[in-house]
Design a binder for this molecule. Structure first.
Ligand code: EPS
Length: 389
């Protein structure tokens, strides 16, 4: 994605040594707390329905550059998260090729190789595109494991936004067929309750039903998808633009959330409901009190004409069920082109709660990029002066 200001790249394999990111474009003088990044990493790891890997990892970030005494210096920020599981994969994930592999090494490499493509995963297209015969080479980078380092990047973006009073959260609104129909009255309450829930759902009864649905899927060797919502408040009017298609904020947010592994749909505000509403009920009427503009509804989800309109930003995402299933689907073994059952290895039954935390990070990254582009400046003092003007 073309970024205006806040740029970053990540690297790392699911069972490699570590995940890395280098972020560029963060102005000097922004307070960054490592503890807050680690809290976000822990939020991504919890979730009813997660697999065994989360018992092995305790994701923590090491900041390697760009921050001194708790503040950004304007230099690129380098982040690293170690994979605890690497110790069990050293032979299979070796960077060097072995000249004289032992029997034991060959067995370990063979154990981790596979050729039976999983329908719904990157396996088939990835193997054709990169000419990789061992699907391990596709899985390792296509895995959602890389979202850990993205959450660390998003946590830095959130800390930039917070310096300007912009804050957000995420919560789960559907798992399988179980939908959240009852919302607590305020965003503060939704956030508080969702943060305490292992399915990130703000209603206890619905959360129980979601857990039951995950248990049923697990027993059947199946997996479940769902829906989540990301909310950000206190945004200035005019982030994004209508002048070019690739500058619209809704367009940029859609790409940022859609590209999370497993996400199949992104909606802003009323989203797909807009198709069935007449204009008179869809559009949020504008009122004025003491020369301040206000609305009674927010079907637009905080975006009109590709720009923030001062209302709360509401982004919804839909995640498909994870394609790695104990009850394997029919497929083909690429080794001999014979019919086969799809490869299975340890995986999650449901990762919608984790996905909501990743989406929160992705939205924060786009908002921080837009805010930095709008305010300009090389340091917090300059940015603050622009913000206040
Ligand atoms: C993940 C780590 C992975 C998976 C999951 C997400 O660990 P492992 O493959 O060692 O079990 O649990 O990835 C997928 C389900 C997927 O399809 O990519 C993580 O850290 O979030």
């Amino acid at each position: 994605m073309t970024m205006k200001r806040f740029r970053f790249l990540t690297s790392g394999e699911s069972h490699g040594k570590c995940l890395n990111a280098i972020i560029e474009g963060v102005p000097a003088g922004i307070r960054i707390k490592t503890d807050i990044i680690n809290e976000d990493l822990a939020r991504r790891q919890v979730g009813y329905g997660r697999g065994g890997r989360m018992q092995i990892e305790k994701d923590t970030v090491e900041i390697k550059s760009g921050i001194r005494f708790g503040k950004t210096t304007g230099a690129p920020i380098c982040l690293e998260i170690k994979n605890n599981d690497y110790i069990n994969w050293q032979d299979a994930m070796s960077v060097e090729s072995y000249e004289y592999p032992t029997e034991d090494m060959l067995r370990k490499i063979e154990e981790k190789s596979f050729t039976k493509v999983r329908p719904g995963h990157a396996d088939y297209a990835g193997s054709v595109k990169y000419n990789l015969s061992d699907l391990r080479d596709v899985l390792e980078r296509s895995s959602a494991r890389k979202t850990a380092i993205e959450v660390a990047v998003g946590s830095i973006a959130k800390q930039i936004l917070k310096a300007f009073g912009i804050m957000g959260f995420s919560h789960v609104i559907q798992i399988g067929r179980v939908k959240l129909d009852f919302y607590p009255k305020t965003y503060t309450l939704i956030k508080e309750k969702a943060e305490k829930s292992d399915v990130r759902c703000s209603d206890d009864l619905t959360a129980d039903r979601m857990r039951n649905a995950i248990d049923e899927a697990a027993q059947a060797g199946d997996t479940l998808g769902g829906k989540f919502e990301v909310i950000f408040g206190n945004l200035p009017v005019g982030l994004g633009s209508y002048v070019h298609w690739d500058m619209t904020l809704d367009g940029r947010l859609a790409q940022a959330v859609m590209s999370i592994p497993g996400v199949k749909a992104v909606e802003i505000g009323a989203g797909v409901e807009a198709a069935s509403l007449p204009g008179s009920r869809m559009h949020d009427e504008i009122f004025v009190k003491n020369k301040e503009i206000y609305r009674k509804t927010n079907n637009a989800g905080g975006i009109e004409g590709g720009m923030t309109n001062g209302e709360t930003l509401i982004v919804k995402g839909t995640m498909k069920p994870i394609p790695t299933m104990r009850k394997s689907l029919a497929t083909v073994d690429l080794k001999d082109m014979q019919p086969a059952s799809a490869h299975f290895e340890r995986s999650d039954v449901c990762a919608v709660p984790a996905c909501s935390v990743v989406a929160e990070a992705r939205v924060a990254i786009i908002l921080a990029d837009e805010l930095l582009a709008k305010l300009g400046g090389d340091n917090y003092v300059e940015m603050k002066a622009h913000y206040e003007s």
